[in-house]
Structure formats: structure tokens, C-alpha cells
Design a protein around this ligand. Structure first.
Ligand code: AMP
Ligand code: ZN
Length: 469
């Protein structure tokens, strides 16, 4: 079973596998830490988490790197407005981001580098681009990448055919003294509004341009050429185009082989924005009485290549789906005697060796370009079968359900211990006696009666167990 994903660059599905035959290098553009991440940001991070889980649970070893943007226009502006040191300010928001990630059950990346901690790597990258003649220092002291020096520019997003124009004689020589308006900043010369948030460099005091950090940090931790780069679709242009240009112009190698982009989340059919008052954070939804598990469910329930329309009303339905899955999981484990395993344990066993039972089509849907809505549909189809006939559960069914739930990273609520009604116990006792008397017809009839009352009876050594369906 091979995991395939849609690659924005080749515009077709591609196998998710490590080019070096060992570890899949997976880089995600991380949060800009100047406020709480909103649920749109989390759509992207949660889908990336499902990507990693499906890869790992299908036998691909992953090195996941996700950066923290802790210096840029926004972090500097807002920290200065609040009279706070950039470092303290961004640390606080990074901490809040980690809390939300934990609540949403996101696996922690193996490396989480911050831009401020990698200024030297960024300066080295600029120096190499200047040496190669593809970057230049403009009048104001800033350093720009010369887009004309990279003819491949625009292949990822197709932007060249749309709006990018490098023939900008009319616009050139703007306030920075750029040669072309399309050229982008690698190093921004110090301005009064930057305060103390500037560093020394061969081009004077200043700070790196935002696009640069992802190239410097991804190549530091994953090498000059790696497997998958990901972000929200808005990042394809200009951020990712710029990353490709500056990285490939420097190394002469393919930067990321595959590009995995998540389409945006909308709220109530509209783009999220502060002015529409529909920009929710996790805390906003918690204040409305909802919890992270149903938010996670809502963020993955739609296909990641389509706009997801998030509605608060749907969260209650997600909650009851999770409760149904929790009961299902208890039922299949009890019926089959399966002991749930930890995520890391499960990654060590291939789905082929472990078995997926009736949940094989659900897992296959995930391997097919992360088709989560189809996978959930399959899970509930099989749930219906099992709820009708709990005795049909096999050990493979239990293992398959476990693998699918872990791949989706669903957080199942604790099921409450339910008292067995006396009449059900009486029927079970009667059935036990019928079995002892070898009266199979009566035993079958009593099993049906028990099941009509919403319980499943399971034979165990010397007696029976009753499970709520
Ligand atoms: P930022 O913190 O702005 O750097 O964004 C972090 C991630 O969230 C990036 O991958 C963005 O592309 C993504 N993102 C921003 N808005 C949305 C949205 N409405 N839906 C999905 N992803 C988004
Ligand atoms: Zn990035």
C-alpha cells in the first residue's frame, strides 16, 4: 500500500517516499508568533499532522521540521507597540501555540527552529547568492534577489503567466532602489521602526527578509534537497517561489521534490477576517462551549484540496461522531480482546502485517491523497455493521480501527461506565443456563433479545460479558 499526495509542482499525485531510501524530509512553514494562531492556521497544521501520521503509519520514517517565525514585520511592529522585548513577546506566543497544538493532538516536529536563532545561516545564504551574482545590494543598503537571474521562477504557482512582470523599467528604482519591482528582499536594512531588532551583517545593520528563513533552516536540517515542503495555499506565491529561487540558485539542486499545499478554511462561507468577526482561535471556540477534539474533527472532515467551510453549529455533530467512535472502539476492543497500543508502537508494525480488517478501505482512502471525508464515510459504514452484529468483530477489525483513528489523530472521549440493566442481566443468566443445558435455540433467541435491548453478550471462560452497543 503506497501513500500518494497531490504535488503542486508537477500538478499530479506522487508517491510519498524518501528519496534517500531512509527518512522522508518534511518541512512545514510554521506560525508567525505575534498573536494566537486562528483555526485557519490550524487547518493547515492539523492536515500536515495527518499527512505525517499517515506516512508513519504506512511505514515511512519521517523527519518533520516546522519553523517558528519569531522575527518579521508583524512580530516587530506588535511587540514594539506593546513596549515589549521581541524575544519575550515571541516566546509567550510560541508557548501559547504549543498549548493549542497539544490540545489539538498535533505530534511535535523533530526540529522546531526559530528564525532569530538562525541569523548567521541566513547571512551565509545571502553571501553565497551575492557571490554568485544573483543578489545585489540596493541604494538603501537592503539586499535583493534578482528574479531575472532565475528563469525557472514561477513554475510552482504559475504566477509568471498571471501577474509577475520582471520587465519593470517603469517601476524600477523605487524607494529601496531595486532594479525590478519583482525582486524580493533577502536582507532589509535597519529602519527606525525596527528599534533594537537588527543584527550586524556584511551589508550593515538590518534583518533577514521573511522568505529567507525557511530556505536557510530547511536546508540546515534536511539538506539542500529534501522530499516534501508544505504550507497553506496562500504561501505558494510569493513565499515558496522565493524559497525555491534563492535555494536552487545557491545549491544548483532541486530544493523540495514535492509541494503539499492546504486550501484555505472559510467560516460561514466567507473568508476569515477580523472585520467580519469570524476569525476564531481555539480559545474563542472553547468560550462557546466547544473543545479541541471536535475542532480537530471539523478541521480534517473536508478534503484538504477544497475550501473548508467551518461552522460552529457543526461542532456539536462532530462531538457526537466522536462519542460514537469512542463507543465503537470500546466495543471492538472488548469483542476481540485487542489491547490498544501507543502511536509509536503502531508505527513499528506495517498495516499489511498488522491487518486492517473491514477498515482497510478507510485506510486506503487516506493513502489516496488524504481523502479524509471518504475515510470517515467508510469508518461509519463499518460502524453500522458492527453495531448491528458485534459478534462479527475480528482482531483485524480492532487493529484497523485503531490505525485509522491514530492516522486521523482523533481524540476520543472517555466512555462512561454504564450500569447493565437488571432485565438484561436476567436474560444473560437465562442464556447461560440454556447453554449449559445445550439448548442452542433458546440461547440464540436470548442473544437476540439482549441485542434488541442494545447490548451485546460475549462468551468468556466460565460466564459472559455484556457490552453496550
Ligand atoms: P502564518 O502564521 O500567518 O505564517 O501562517 C501559518 C500557516 O497557516 C501558513 O501555512 C498559512 O498558509 C496558513 N493559513 C493562513 N490562513 C489560513 C486559512 N484561512 N486556512 C488555512 N490555512 C491558513
Ligand atoms: Zn516558509
Amino acid at each position: 500500500m503506497k501513500f500518494e499526495i497531490y504535488d503542486t509542482l508537477s500538478r499530479q499525485n506522487q508517491p510519498v517516499e524518501a528519496a534517500n531510501g531512509k527518512t522522508l524530509g518534511f518541512y512545514c512553514c510554521g506560525p508567525t508568533v505575534y498573536a494566537a494562531a486562528h483555526i485557519g492556521n490550524f487547518r493547515t497544521f492539523v492536515v500536515q499532522d495527518v499527512f505525517r501520521r499517515v506516512a508513519e503509519l504506512s511505514g515511512v520514517k519521517v523527519k518533520h521540521v516546522r519553523n517558528i517565525t519569531n522575527v518579521d514585520d508583524k512580530t516587530i511592529r506588535v511587540s514594539m507597540e506593546q513596549g515589549r522585548k521581541l524575544e519575550d513577546f515571541t516566546k509567550e506566543w510560541t508557548g501559547k501555540f504549543h498549548e493549542d497544538c497539544a490540545a489539538l493532538n498535533l505530534l511535535s516536529p523533530m526540529v522546531e527552529p526559530g528564525a532569530v536563532e538562525h541569523i548567521q545561516e541566513q547571512i551565509d545564504l545571502i553571501a553565497s547568492l551575492v557571490d554568485k551574482g544573483v543578489a545585489y545590494q540596493a541604494k538603501d543598503g537592503s539586499v535583493f534577489f534578482r528574479i531575472e537571474a532565475f528563469p525557472e521562477y514561477g513554475r510552482l504557482s504559475g504566477v509568471k503567466d498571471r501577474e509577475l512582470t520582471t520587465d519593470t523599467s517603469a517601476q524600477a528604482d523605487d524607494e529601496y532602489g531595486r532594479d525590478s519591482m519583482a525582486d524580493f528582499a533577502l536582507w532589509k536594512t535597519a529602519k527606525p521602526e525596527d528599534g533594537d531588532n537588527v543584527w550586524d551583517s556584511p551589508w550593515g545593520k538590518g534583518r533577514p527578509g521573511w522568505h529567507l528563513e525557511c530556505s536557510a533552516m530547511s536546508m540546515k536540517y534536511l539538506g539542500p534537497s529534501f522530499d516534501v515542503h508544505s504550507g497553506g495555499i496562500d504561501l505558494a506565491f510569493p513565499h515558496h517561489e522565493n524559497e525555491i529561487a534563492q535555494s536552487e540558485a545557491c545549491t544548483g539542486q532541486t530544493f523540495s521534490r514535492l509541494w503539499f499545499h492546504v486550501v484555505h478554511l472559510m467560516v460561514d462561507g466567507k473568508k476569515m477576517s477580523k472585520s467580519l468577526g469570524n476569525m476564531y482561535t481555539l480559545a474563542d471556540l472553547e468560550a462557546k462551549g466547544f473543545q479541541a477534539p471536535e475542532v480537530r474533527y471539523g478541521l480534517i472532515a473536508g478534503h484538504y484540496r477544497k475550501h473548508l467551510n467551518f461552522t460552529v453549529d457543526a461542532l456539536a455533530a462532530h462531538r457526537s461522531n466522536l462519542e460514537r467512535l469512542a463507543r465503537l472502539s470500546d466495543l471492538v476492543n472488548e469483542q476481540s480482546g485487542h489491547k490498544p497500543r501507543k502511536y509509536q508502537e503502531l508505527c513499528k508494525v506495517s498495516p499489511e502485517a498488522d491487518g486492517l480488517g473491514r477498515f482497510a478501505p478507510a485506510f486506503a482512502s487516506l493513502l489516496d491523497n488524504l481523502n479524509v471525508p471518504k475515510a470517515l464515510g467508510e469508518v461509519f459504514r463499518v460502524a453500522g455493521q458492527i453495531e448491528k452484529d458485534p459478534a462479527s468483530v475480528s482482531r483485524e477489525d480492532a487493529r484497523g480501527l485503531e490505525r485509522v483513528v491514530q492516522a486521523l489523530g482523533l481524540i476520543l472521549p472517555e466512555t462512561e461506565a454504564v450500569e447493565v440493566p437488571e432485565e438484561v442481566v436476567a436474560l444473560a443468566e437465562e442464556r447461560l443456563k440454556a447453554k449449559a443445558d445445550k439448548n442452542w435455540a433458546a440461547s440464540d433467541r436470548l442473544r437476540d433479545e439482549i441485542s434488541a435491548k442494545g447490548w451485546a453478550v460475549k462468551d468468556v471462560a466460565g460466564g459472559y460479558e455484556l457490552v453496550k452497543v
